[in-house]
Design a protein around this ligand. Structure first.
Ligand SMILES: NC(=O)c1ccc[n+]([C@@H]2O[C@H](COP(=O)([O-])OP(=O)(O)OC[C@H]3O[C@@H](n4cnc5c(N)ncnc54)[C@H](OP(=O)(O)O)[C@@H]3O)[C@@H](O)[C@H]2O)c1
Length: 199
């Protein structure tokens, strides 16, 4: 099982503005002519040809897997209306109970877990594909715990100046990165790195 974190990131290292909006970081998802349906959530991307193959392969990898996210991403997206990315089981890392007033149907894919390691373990058991990690704080904790196998970056050539960082609070000496793929898209460069942990 491969545990993968994937974020759109500005050139200065941010995945969102201080108000949690992503601004121009998601523009490339709708900047081309090739339609790529999202897996699990009912939207279509329209990307440049250079990005389409990369995006399809990423979405195929998570199709039969499970998803782990932090509570802020869950709250910010309103739980994707009950349709989390990947379409399978989803694990929300949080100290709090599930939100009140949600329908049982919208909450059905989600399990609320108060420990990152346990969330990853349960996600690995729940699917037979890639485990996707969302929420930079969760990705950082996974890296520090030696649980993250792959770091993906959709690098967008803009400066945000401030906001939410992809990489922060890292035990940087613990992990090394091996480049496995670079795809030069239009308005975005897709980067994949395998993580190697030093003992
Ligand atoms: N650019 C992109 O591709 C992209 C994609 C997705 C998200 N984002 C951005 O990412 C930001 C959200 O990420 P984030 O890192 O700030 O938050 P996050 O990881 O989604 O959630 C953090 C919250 O999760 C809970 N949590 C985290 N670690 C925990 C632990 N070990 N045990 C129990 N609960 C734990 C805590 O919530 P409680 O204590 O309140 O329960 C914590 O406040 C947003 O700005 C969003 O726009 C960007």
């Amino acid at each position: 099982m491969t545990v993968v974190a994937s974020f759109c990131m500005s050139l200065d290292g941010f995945v969102a503005r201080p108000d949690d909006s992503v601004g121009p970081l998601f523009d490339w998802y709708q900047a081309g002519d090739v339609e790529v349906p999202m897996v699990g959530y009912p939207i279509e991307f329209h990307v440049a040809a250079a990005s389409a193959g990369y995006l399809r392969r990423h979405l195929d990898a998570v199709r039969h897997g499970a998803f782990v996210c932090g509570r802020r991403v869950f709250d910010h997206t309103h739980g994707w209306g009950g349709h989390p990315p990947g379409g399978g089981a989803a694990f929300v890392v949080t100290h709090r109970p599930p939100p009140a007033g949600w329908s049982a149907e919208n909450l059905a894919p989600f399990t609320f877990v108060d420990d990152v390691g346990s969330a990853i373990e349960q996600a690995e058991a729940a699917g037979d594909g890639t485990v996707g990690v969302s929420g930079p704080s969760i990705a950082q904790q996974c890296l520090n715990l030696g649980l993250l196998d792959e770091v993906r970056i959709d690098l967008v050539p803009v400066f945000l100046g401030e906001g939410v960082r992809y990489f922060e609070h890292l035990d940087a000496a613990k992990a090394g990165l091996e480049r496995v793929e670079v795809v030069d898209g239009e308005g975005v460069t897709h980067l994949r790195y395998r993580v190697h942990y030093r003992s």
